[in-house]
Write a protein that binds this ligand. Sequence first.
Ligand SMILES: NC(=O)c1ccc[n+]([C@@H]2O[C@H](COP(=O)([O-])OP(=O)(O)OC[C@H]3O[C@@H](n4cnc5c(N)ncnc54)[C@H](OP(=O)(O)O)[C@@H]3O)[C@@H](O)[C@H]2O)c1
Length: 286
Amino acid sequence: MIDGKAFAAGLVESIRADVAVLKASRFIQPGLAVVLVGEDPASQVYVRNKAKQTVLAGMHSVEFKLPAHTPEPALIALVEQLNADPKIHGILVQLPLPGHIDSTKVLDTINPDKDVDGFHIINAGRLAVGLPGLVPCTPLGCIMLLTDALGDLSGLNAVVVGRSNIVGKPVAQLLLAQNCTVTIAHSRSRNLPDICRGADILIAAAGRPEMIKGDWIKPGATVIDVGINRVPAGDGKTKLVGDVAYGEAQGIAGRITPVPGGVGPMTIACLLRNTLTAAKRIEGIG
Ligand SMILES: NC(=O)c1ccc[n+]([C@@H]2O[C@H](COP(=O)([O-])OP(=O)(O)OC[C@H]3O[C@@H](n4cnc5c(N)ncnc54)[C@H](OP(=O)(O)O)[C@@H]3O)[C@@H](O)[C@H]2O)c1
C-alpha cells in the first residue's frame, strides 16, 4: 500500500520547517487566501480543512465566505484586491462556483503567480510547454507518490483514465515530463480493460466507483486511485471508495493507493507546497 497520509504528513512537516526558516531569516510569512462562495457542504469542509492546515504549517491564512448570490463583479473585485495584497502569495477560489458566475473568468483573474491551484490558463500553458509554473495540486501529489515509490519513471507505460483539466490532463503532462509513454483514456475509449492491462502505472481519475477491476491490472503495476466516490454502505450509512476495486486489485498490483488515505491527503499538502513556492518566487528567493 502506498501510504499517502504518512507521505503527506512528512511533506507538511518539511514545509513547516521551510516556513519557519523563511520567517526567521527573511521576515516573510507565506499567505494563502481561500474564497468560498455559497454553502455547499463538501466545499465548506474542504475550505475549513485547508485553512486549518495552512495555519498548522505556520502560514498566514485568510478565509472569505461569500453568500451564494454574490454578483460576479464583486467576486472579481475581491480577487483583484487579493492580487494586489502583498501579504497574500496564494489565492484559491473553491470550485464549484454558483451557476451565475463564470468560473473560467474568475480563475483567469487570479494573478498566475498566485494561482496555487494551477488552474489559470497561463499555468496550464506553462505545464504544456514545460516551463516552470504552478502545477495543479492533485496531479502534483500523484507524481510525488510515484517518484517516491518507483524512483525513475523513464520509459514506463502510464495509462491515465480521465481527461479533466483538473486531474487527467495535467497528470498526463507530468508523466510525459517524467519520460513515461502516456495513454489518456476517457469515456469514449474502446476496450478500456485492455488499455489498462498495458499499464506499468495506472492512474484512475474517472469518478466511477470501483470501475477498474482486478483483472484490468497488469501484475506488479503501480496503481494511483484519484477517485473519491461516496456509496451506500448498508444500514443507511455511506462510505468512500475509489475508482479501483481495491479488494480485487490489492493482490495483483505491486503498489496501490487506498481511498481514503491515498491521494486525498496529498492534495492539501501540495496546496501548501505551491503556496510556499509562490511566496519564494514572488519575494525573489530561490
Ligand atoms: N483525491 C483528490 O484530492 C481529488 C481531487 C480531484 C478530484 N478527485 C476525484 O477524482 C475523480 C475525477 O475527478 P475529475 O474532476 O477529473 O472528474 P471529471 O471532471 O468528472 O472527469 C472524469 C473523467 O473521467 C472520464 N470517464 C468517466 N466515466 C468513464 C468511463 N466509464 N470510462 C472511462 N473514462 C471515464 C470522463 O471522460 P469524458 O471526458 O469522455 O467525459 C472524464 O474525462 C472524482 O472521483 C473526483 O472526486 C479527487
